[in-house]
Design a protein around this ligand. Sequence first.
Ligand SMILES: *Cc1c(COP(=O)(O)O)cnc(C)c1O
Length: 436
Amino acid sequence: MNTLDYGLSPELVASLQNHKPLCWFNPAYPGNLPDDAPTSDDVKAAEIRLHSSSGLLSALFPELGENGCITSPLKPVPQLQKRLAGSGTWLLKADHALPVAGSIKARGGFHEVLAYAQSLASDAGICRENDLSVLKSAEARALFSQHAIAVGSTGNLGLAIGVIAAALGFRTVVHMSTDAKEWKKERLRRRGVEVIEHAGDYGAAVDAGRATADADPHCHFVDDENSRLLFLGYAAAARELAAQLAELNRPVDADHPLFVYLPCGVGGAPGGITFGLKAIFGAHVHCFFAEPTASPCMLLRLAAGRRLPVYEIGLDNRTEADGLAVGDASPLVAPLMAAQLSGVFTVTDDDLFRGVAALADTESIAVEPSAAAALPGPEWICNSSAGREYLVRHGLMNRLDDATHVLWSTGGSLVPANEYDRFLARGHSLLSSAKQ
Ligand SMILES: *Cc1c(COP(=O)(O)O)cnc(C)c1O
């Protein structure tokens, strides 16, 4: 196919095909949301559901202690900021440390399973509105044991869904692609989750899971490519971030812009968070996604303005960032991000490993490679020529000293030590070869 046929500039296609890291700025930003977009009331309902689940969650997961909140810290990272010569104030949103599931997937995944359990229980007359503690009753468990929850996943979504669905008493099936890590499959099997492996990529695992679930009326399929409940669970994170920024005395307004950098796979997690943040901060928040150079599915989808899987331009979607190894963006999320997303930058696998090492060396924070994707964000926005054009266009050039940059760290605390040590060693060896 001639590159002109993609509807993209030949330079952009050539850079993507050569795995050259780049930052694409969305020419349609800011745009109007489609009519069928979720509303801020939908996000509010998700926030309430997650809040009212804290008693239930602390009963199901003793490691949560008294307060069963699935929240993560917002941490200043001054040493990292210094190492990467960043301006303004850098903060790390530490979702790699989210309890129980160890990744950002806890937000969307727990929300969807709780919403489904709640709807089954209320249909059966055993759940009153927003009283989720009855979901752990013997009566509710007996009901859930008659139902299955299935999901297709590269790993982290399967972990999150598997853990909570099994804890509530559902029969739980996780369809995984071959690139999913062995330890994730093992961990799920130990919790009584059925793990089915598929030879193809992430999309193939989702398709296979959807097909088997569709054939079973008692099976709810958590559809990572299309789920509003997942999306809204992620969107609820925005309120948490806003409260933490206020606590740290970081205002967000015309004089104090907020930049947020979000690793993107299919787009649900970063898209939901962007949607939630836009509802709170409007034009004062600027959201950017980070994708591996092998899997820039959201970039392609938004730049082309139509479905364009990465394979169609000759990319192979092979990356060590298994949380981001997605070849085709979510059709639910892409139309929303066409209006709300400022841009997308790409990151090589080598840079992901360098980022893992940089976070360990400067801040003693351990993340998986996917979670390090956000790190190059501020440099693209503040120091590239296209980034500076964006800042000029939005009247931000003189506001950088007062800007807040939030790097969203999306996973890693459950990675086994031996696996993490390999990530770190690879990062260190890349950093030391660069110095020679
Ligand atoms: C899933 C995941 C993401 C991205 O979420 P999507 O909804 O797939 O875009 C980012 N980082 C990690 C570690 C993940 O597991």
